[in-house]
Write a protein that binds this ligand. Structure first.
Ligand SMILES: O=C(O)CCC(=O)C(=O)O
Length: 277
């Protein structure tokens, strides 16, 4: 019988059911939604006074309305979600680090900061923002050759909700991207057949782990619900090719220069913030 590592090395991916406690994942989903809930409450136009009044369907409707009213506000909330402590903590979870070590990453290091997606056609101005076609993550990461991606569903995700689609063993085809699109290294459609894709339906608590060279794409979300998932990427600091290439890093992170809210803060805002007895 093959070990998990042998299966991973051969197939280029593993779907591991029941990896995380439901509570851990549910609390990350709740933290993410709370950012929008804070806005719903502060905006008042939604008419809700208490988040407990909202069921999932009502939450989604408000989210879609917020997107059509104010895209940049949804985008700002999305950015705050990317900085949730619960998201970053999950990416550093001991079980994940142990698992990726078991798969051969000797000295794991973060490749890019964790990302959390909430994908739906009604939350995107362009298709690309809710469905990414066939790509290989290594092209954007450019780290160690054994770099690994962990894909974590925050709810059950079936085909209708846009479950991830992968081509088993495609990591062995090498780097076959031919252009870059919005941060993803896209694979030329001539280098695979559409019928090679396998849909990986996952349940809350499961994880999907794959080589950064595995060809994968988003499924089509044909439901009226956003697809919530988060994705983590890791390099191996002991990979000799990574060391020999001088540890290249391909991401840019910098502050914008202008004052986002003109004339804010004034001195009184600061005094109020530090008011004490
Ligand atoms: O989750 C998706 O549907 C696409 C995202 C993805 O493939 C990635 O982050 O590499």
């Amino acid at each position: 019988m093959k070990s998990l590592k042998q299966t991973y090395l051969q197939e280029g991916y593993l779907h591991i059911p029941n990896f995380f406690d439901f509570d851990l994942i549910n609390s990350l989903l709740f933290d993410s939604k709370s950012i929008f809930l804070n806005i719903f409450l502060s905006k008042k136009y939604t008419g809700i006074r208490d988040v407990k009044e909202l069921n999932e369907n009502e939450f989604n409707k408000l989210l879609y309305k917020l997107f059509s009213d104010d895209v940049s506000l949804v985008s700002n909330c999305g950015k705050q979600i990317q900085h949730l402590i619960s998201l970053h903590k999950l990416s550093l979870n001991d079980k994940i680090i142990e698992l990726i070590k078991e798969m051969g990453i000797q000295k794991p290091n973060i490749s890019t900061r964790p990302v959390l997606f909430f994908n739906h056609p009604k939350l995107a101005k362009e298709k690309f923002y809710y469905k990414v076609d066939a790509h290989q993550d290594w092209r954007s990461m450019q780290g160690s050759l054994n770099s690994i991606v962990i894909w974590v569903p925050l709810t059950d995700i079936n085909k209708d909700l846009g479950a991830l689609e992968i081509i088993p063993r495609s990591h062995m085809r090498g780097l076959i991207t031919d252009h870059f699109q919005s941060g993803f290294g896209m694979v030329n459609p001539n280098s695979y057949n559409f019928n090679e894709f396998k849909t990986i339906e996952v349940k809350l608590g499961d994880i999907l782990i794959f080589s950064s060279f595995l060809i994968h794409q988003s499924g089509e979300n044909i439901t009226d619900r956003p697809r919530w998932s988060c994705h983590f990427r890791y390099n191996d600091l002991y990979d000799h090719t990574f060391i020999e290439r001088g540890y290249p890093h391909s991401y840019i992170y910098k502050p914008i220069e202008e004052l986002i809210t003109p004339n804010f803060p004034d001195k009184n805002d600061i005094i109020n913030t530090f008011k004490h007895d």
